[in-house]
Structure formats: structure tokens, C-alpha cells
Design a protein around this ligand. Structure first.
Ligand code: UN1
Length: 519
């Protein structure tokens, strides 16, 4: 099914060896660790390369180094910090094809989406460069005469960025590029399922950093063990932990950080729904649902997992979805005809089949798919199931191309069901009814961080703030004012008068001490 003859060339061009070191300090120093774990090509089940595991003392050294570099980096003017990110974006433009290929190889996402991921890095770099010239604060009206009250934003400190396999490069860049222009340093702990992408990105960053006075701003620690995440979350030297992954691990990161009054930014599980109402344009809804449900093999946080269809469209939409699914080419992520690549690993394949079995046991009717493919690679069929929103399997996020379909009669019921899950990342309504559209995005409408009208749940642009509510974790990354999470706010009042008026009109008769008090 797969042709992998060009793989060694791509790996070599991106600086990947057969056995790769466990950490990078960001100054060009790479260091070995202990043992090794394999990065597996999900399309073949074969290892691409091995990576060593970071040792506790070495992780400690990475953190100490990030702290030292931070003291220098925070004093570099923000627009200059932006120049580093701008140069990094240029390097990524030059390496886009190779990096896209590596992402496709390592995660199994199709090449078009993998290239899109590199583009997303370039896009957030552009956002960060612009931001570097306008990290703005407010000037506020003071109630006291001859006082000026303002707030400014200062660099925060070392940021630990813990990323998932499904966006092995872009999610790091959302955090790292914004953090870097904000004056922070970044320690990256990538998913053990996509370490090679991280190594390739770090190597690119190392070269650019050396040319832009940014050595050590970005560092990397690799492991397939749990302790580095826990260690980073617990370390008082880490100013912010930005975590992307399951709600279960996110909860742990939040607890460990909160105990030490550390900050955390969570982007956890989603359980995103599309609602198609009676007025919807099915020509828009159909491709959006297919991309949302099977893009990245259903392994995006923003994947469309639930579909609420108005009864008038129900049968037609299901028939057309089945028809579309039947034409989806499943196979090698590097084949331009492929729309659905493999799941990340055997565990994911089992979880997919387990969820399908659970839904069927609960009474779910299988409308399409449901099988996996024997042989190498972790391929599954795109799957459509008639389900009930209250079923436990529908309430949780299964990272797989499974779409649960449910009919509805009234828009208010559909919005209520959209919200009736523990997660709150993304949501979408297809409608031509202005009232429905406004109801969906109003305060009592969708409770998600993202609420779209006439476009799907996934594929957000970087210009907006990205994240969601409830068990999604409440964090916001990427654009808008998400940068504020990477800085500390300082309210500063300057009295330029000759008196000392107190706020709230308080008179406090401090005795005069001009003549001094005799002991
Ligand atoms: C993720 O799945 O963790 O909105 C991120 C999207 C992408 C990012 C997904 N821009 O689907």
C-alpha cells in the first residue's frame, strides 16, 4: 500500500538520524539520553527512526538554561524578537515541502493537510511578527489628580509547551512564536508519537536562532515516559505550562501547576457538533461535514464527531454522506488521491473499533463503515452511526473518523444537545435562517469556544483565539489577544503632583514628621 523509497532522503535533509538525541538546549547543543523509543510510520507500522529519552538531571538543566536565557531575552526589544520569528518563518517556507512530508510520514495525515500544518506555522509567525510591534497596554483614567495609571505587559518566564501527535508542529508554533515575541523562552516536550517532527523543527530553529541572537530561546526535551510532563508542571521555574492533549492529562497538569500557583493553558478534548437545520444549504454542509469528520482521520481536537440533522434533511443527508464516504480514497498519506490516511497507532485503531462496538451494543445503527483493514498500517473506514447523544460513547472524545448522527425537530433542541457534552471546543450550524444563526452564537447559544455558521468545526484560522470551555480546559492560543497568557500584567500608577491623595477619598491624618521625633 505504501511506497517509502524516498524516506531516508527526507529524514537526512531534515537532520534526522537513525538514533536521535534526547534534548536540545537551543544553542546547537544536542545531547543523548537513555534507551530509545521508536517513531512509527502509521501507514506501514514500521519504525522511521529511534529517539533517546531525556534523563531527569538533563531536563533540569534544560529548565535552568531556559531560565538563564530568559533573563537576557526579556530585555531584547520586542520588535527585535519579532525579527527572529520572521526569519524562522522564512526558513519554514523554504522547508515546507520536506517538513510536510515528514509530518505525513510520522502522523499519517495526508500530505495536503501536513503542508497545511506547516502553512499554519508560517501564518502564526506572521501574526507574531505583527504583534511584536504592538504589545499594547491600556492607559486608564485615574481618580486622583496628577496621577497617570497605565498597564503594561512584561515577559513572563520559561514556558513549557507540551504538544500532541496530531498537530506535531503547528501547536508548538502557536505557543512558541507568540511566547518568543512576548520575551519568554520555551521548553518543548512533544508527543512521543511524533518526536521526529519536533527534532526537525528544533534543528531549523537552532540555525535561525544562532543568526538572530536567540540561542537557547527554544529548547526541546524528548521522552515517551510520563514523568517529564509531571516534572515540568510541578517546576516552580516554569512560568506557564501550555498543554495540548486529553482532558485527563490536562486535569493533572492543572492540578500540579495550581498547587505551586503556576499558570497553565489547556487545550484538551473536543466533542464537536454540526447542526444542519431545515433551511441549510446542503451543498455547503456536505463537504464541511466530510472534511470535519474524516480530515486528519478524525484526530483533530476540532473534528466533527456529532451531527444533528433536521428531520426534513435527515434521510437525504445520510444517503449523500454514505455516497461521499464510498468515494473516499483510503491509503498512503503521501498519495495525492488519498483523503483518509491511517490512525496514529494500534491503540488508536483498537479504540476506534471499541467505540463502534460500544455504540452498536447501545443500539446504534451502523450507516457506513465500521471496519478496519487487516495487514500493515492502522487504517479504519470512515464510519457513520445513528446514535443517541446521552450514550457514554457519544459523550466522550474518540480520536477516530466516527460520526454520530442524530435527528432533531426544533433548533432549540439541537443547540441544547450541542451543549450537552462535557467538552466545549468547536461547533457549527448550517442555516439560511438569520434568527437561527443569531440564536446559535448568542449568549444562550453554543457554549463552545468556537461557534461557526455555514462552515465546519475544524480548520480554524490562526488570527482568532483558539480553545474551548468546560473539559476542553478554558485556554486560548494563537491569535486575537491570546498573547496575554504569555505575559504578566503590571498596573503602574505614577504620581506627578506634589500631594499624596489617597484613592477612595480616604483621609488618613499621618502626623507630620518634618521636625523629626526625639527618641
Ligand atoms: C488541534 O487539533 O489540536 O482548527 C488543533 C483546526 C486546526 C488546529 C487543530 N487549525 O482544525
Amino acid at each position: 500500500m505504501t511506497q517509502r523509497k524516498d524516506v531516508p532522503d527526507v529524514l537526512a535533509r531534515l537532520g534526522i538520524d537513525e538514533l536521535n538525541p534526547a534534548l536540545a538546549l537551543g544553542d546547537g547543543t544536542w545531547q543523548g539520553g537513555v534507551g530509545g523509543f521508536a517513531s512509527i510510520d502509521p501507514a506501514t507500522g514500521q519504525p522511521l527512526a529511534m529517539v533517546q529519552r531525556v534523563l531527569p538531571d538533563d531536563l533540569d538543566r534544560v529548565v535552568a538554561n531556559a531560565r538563564t536565557v530568559f533573563r537576557r531575552w526579556r530585555e531584547v526589544p520586542a520588535p527585535r524578537r519579532g525579527l527572529f520569528v520572521r526569519a524562522l518563518a522564512d526558513a519554514l517556507r523554504a522547508k515546507k515541502d520536506d517538513l510536510g512530508t515528514l509530518i505525513a510520514l510520522e502522523t499519517g495525515k495526508i500530505k495536503a493537510e501536513a503542508n497545511g500544518e506547516v502553512q499554519e506555522m508560517i501564518d502564526i509567525a506572521d501574526v507574531a511578527v505583527g504583534l511584536s510591534r504592538r504589545l499594547e497596554g491600556n492607559v486608564l483614567a485615574s481618580e486622583r489628580p496628577r496621577h497617570r495609571m497605565s498597564e503594561q505587559w512584561h515577559p513572563l518566564g520559561p514556558v513549557a509547551v507540551i504538544t500532541a501527535f496530531n498537530f506535531p508542529a503547528a501547536v508548538w508554533s502557536w505557543n512558541a512564536f507568540i511566547a518568543a515575541v512576548c520575551g519568554d523562552t520555551v521548553i518543548w516536550k512533544p508527543s512521543p508519537k511524533a518526536p521526529l517532527t519536533a527534532i526537525a523543527v528544533q534543528r531549523i530553529a537552532d540555525t535561525v536562532a544562532a543568526q538572530h541572537g536567540a540561542t537557547g530561546v527554544f529548547s526541546l526535551a524528548l521522552s515517551d515516559e510520563v514523568w517529564p510532563t509531571e516534572r515540568l508542571a510541578s517546576d516552580p521555574r516554569i512560568a506557564l505550562v501550555s498543554f495540548t492533549g486529553s482532558s485527563a492529562v490536562g486535569r493533572r497538569v492543572a492540578q500540579l501547576s495550581a498547587v505551586r500557583f503556576g499558570r497553565y493553558l489547556l487545550e484538551c478534548s473536543g466533542n464537536n457538533a454540526v447542526i444542519v437545520d431545515e433551511s441549510a444549504d446542503l451543498e455547503l454542509a456536505l463537504p464541511a461535514i466530510v472534511f470535519g469528520a474524516i480530515g486528519t482521520a478524525g484526530q483533530r481536537c476540532t473534528t466533527t464527531r456529532r451531527l444533528f440533522v433536521h428531520r426534513t434533511h435527515h434521510d437525504e443527508l445520510i444517503a449523500r454522506l454514505c455516497n461521499a464516504y464510498a468515494q473516499v480514497h483510503i491509503g498512503d498519506p503521501l498519495d495525492p488521491d488519498t483523503l483518509l490516511g491511517p490512525l496514529i497507532d494500534e491503540e488508536a485503531r483498537r479504540a476506534c473499533l471499541g467505540a463502534i462496538a460500544e455504540a452498536r451494543a447501545a443500539g446504534g445503527e451502523l450507516l457506513y463503515g465500521g471496519r478496519s483493514f487487516p495487514g500493515h498500517g492502522f487504517y479504519v473506514e470512515p464510519t457513520l452511526l445513528r446514535a443517541n447523544n446521552a450514550w457514554p460513547v457519544v459523550q466522550r472524545e474518540t480520536f477516530a473518523p466516527i460520526l454520530y448522527v442524530m435527528p432533531f425537530d426544533r433548533i432549540e433542541d439541537a443547540i441544547r444537545l450541542n451543549n450537552a457534552v462535557p467538552q466545549g471546543l468547536s461547533s457549527a450550524l448550517f442555516t439560511n435562517d438569520l434568527r437561527h444563526a443569531e440564536r446559535f452564537v448568542a449568549a444562550a447559544g453554543s457554549d463552545c469556544g468556537i461557534a461557526n455558521v455555514n462552515l465546519g468545526t475544524s480548520g480554524a484560522e490562526v488570527g482568532g483565539a483558539f480553545g474551548g470551555e468546560k473539559e476542553t480546559g478554558g485556554g486560548r492560543e494563537a491569535g486575537s489577544d491570546a498573547w496575554k497568557a504569555y505575559m504578566r500584567r503590571q498596573t503602574s500608577t505614577v504620581n506627578w503632583g506634589n500631594g499624596l491623595p489617597l484613592a477612595q477619598g480616604i483621609e488618613f491624618g499621618v502626623p507630620s514628621t518634618k521636625s523629626g521625633v526625639q527618641p
